[in-house]
Write a protein that binds this ligand. Structure first.
Ligand SMILES: NC(=O)c1ccc[n+]([C@@H]2O[C@H](COP(=O)([O-])OP(=O)(O)OC[C@H]3O[C@@H](n4cnc5c(N)ncnc54)[C@H](OP(=O)(O)O)[C@@H]3O)[C@@H](O)[C@H]2O)c1
Length: 335
């Protein structure tokens, strides 16, 4: 899939971008261009991943002229750049629109200009029936991608635009887990909103596999959603206390603006356009994507009858969470 190809990753210095880069470098990829703004993060990444096939390009997705140059001769675009921290986005909504919505439009337009083979964007559960600006901007990003073919000329454009959508990556930058670990290590109070909250969980390995599988399978217009387990905040706390063989006091804090108790990966309305293949749900509007739909021969209509939310799936046990924390190198082996 990547052999001999030139790949560009927007937001390539982020948690996901680095994980993707390491995996893609294990193939016979020709080049990977990392596209992001902060030079220090690029230097850190260069020190971590040293390979002559890597190119580091400073650029902002808001800057279409720069993006267009960066995309020259590119075959595959993975669009991971985003402003993603809910409180920051709530406080700076205009900025989130510029990066997550207008930046994504720039990515799409440049992909069309360059006629890349495939462009995939990375969505989130927060985009489903969004309650906050981050979710709303990511919802628009997804929509822009899966309807991008409306701007194509079938005789001239070959680009397949697809999206993936998933929940919390435990190991990602500034997520709740590193924060809890720091609080426990420092003997500080654990700041928790509500222990009954639930979150979908996906490991970085599952996230990169989802993206690779979607690139392989996608025909354009699909949103790929993995079948995931979720966890209760209470179980996460218990797992961390067990790993660190200690406990700290709990400090209740207010639910943050725009925070949901349970996340949703597929809304009730989307169920009528939802199909299943092995480990994934595929959301595809048949009416809008008849050509794409006809290329699939193994899509089964979903058997789900209610929306896919983090409180209505199997929960990870304490032991399973501990195993994930160890495997993701968030904590050292428990023994
Ligand atoms: N982490 C999760 O739990 C999770 C769950 C679902 C979906 N996602 C989605 O997955 C993607 C990657 O997440 P992540 O955890 O890897 O995020 P991250 O660690 O915060 O990385 C974000 C990347 O985007 C770059 N970036 C931000 N604004 C940019 C701009 N205007 N132009 C170019 N690059 C820009 C950042 O570098 P600079 O700051 O140097 O530009 C960084 O490389 C995001 O789209 C996010 O919405 C994440």
């Amino acid at each position: 899939m990547f052999n001999g190809k030139k790949v560009l990753i927007t937001g390539g210095t982020g948690s996901l971008g680095i994980a993707l880069t390491k995996k893609i470098l294990q193939t016979e990829v020709d080049t990977i261009r990392i596209y992001s703004r902060n030079e220090s993060k690029q230097i850190e990444m260069q020190n971590q991943v040293n390979d002559t096939r890597l190119r580091f390009l400073i650029g902002d997705v808001r800057d279409k002229e720069r993006l267009s140059k960066a995309l020259e001769d590119i075959d595959i675009v993975i669009h991971a750049a985003a402003l993603k921290h809910v409180p920051i986005v709530e406080y700076n909504p205009f900025e989130a629109i510029k990066t997550n919505v207008l930046g994504s439009q720039n990515v799409i337009e440049c992909c069309l200009e360059e006629n890349v083979e495939i462009a995939i964007c990375v969505g989130t559960d927060k985009a489903v029936s969004p309650l906050n600006t981050y979710g709303a901007t990511k919802h628009l990003m997804e929509d822009l991608f899966i309807t991008a073919r409306n701007y194509t000329n079938p005789e001239r454009h070959k680009t397949k635009f697809i999206a993936v959508r998933y929940g919390n990556v435990l190991a990602s930058s500034n997520s709740v887990v590193p924060k809890f670990i720091e609080q426990i290590k420092n003997g500080e109070e654990l700041t928790v909103t509500d222990f009954s909250m639930t979150r979908f969980n996906i490991t970085m390995n599952q996230a990169t596999k989802l993206i690779f599988d979607s690139i392989k399978l996608g025909n354009g217009g699909e949103i790929f959603v993995p079948k995931l387990k979720s966890y209760k905040l209470e179980t996460l706390k218990d797992s961390l206390f067990e790993v660190f063989k200690t406990s700290v006091n709990i400090k209740k804090i207010l639910v943050r603006p725009g925070e949901k108790f349970h996340e949703s990966l597929i809304s009730e309305e989307e169920l009528r356009n939802t199909y299943e293949i092995d480990d994934y749900y595929v959301i595809l509007d048949k009416q809008m994507n008849q050509e794409t739909f006809s290329k699939w021969d193994c899509l089964e209509e979903t058997t789900r009858t209610e929306q896919y939310t983090s409180d209505k799936v199997e929960f990870l046990s304490k032991d399973e969470l501990i195993e994930i924390l160890v495997n993701e190198k968030l904590v050292k082996d428990v023994n």
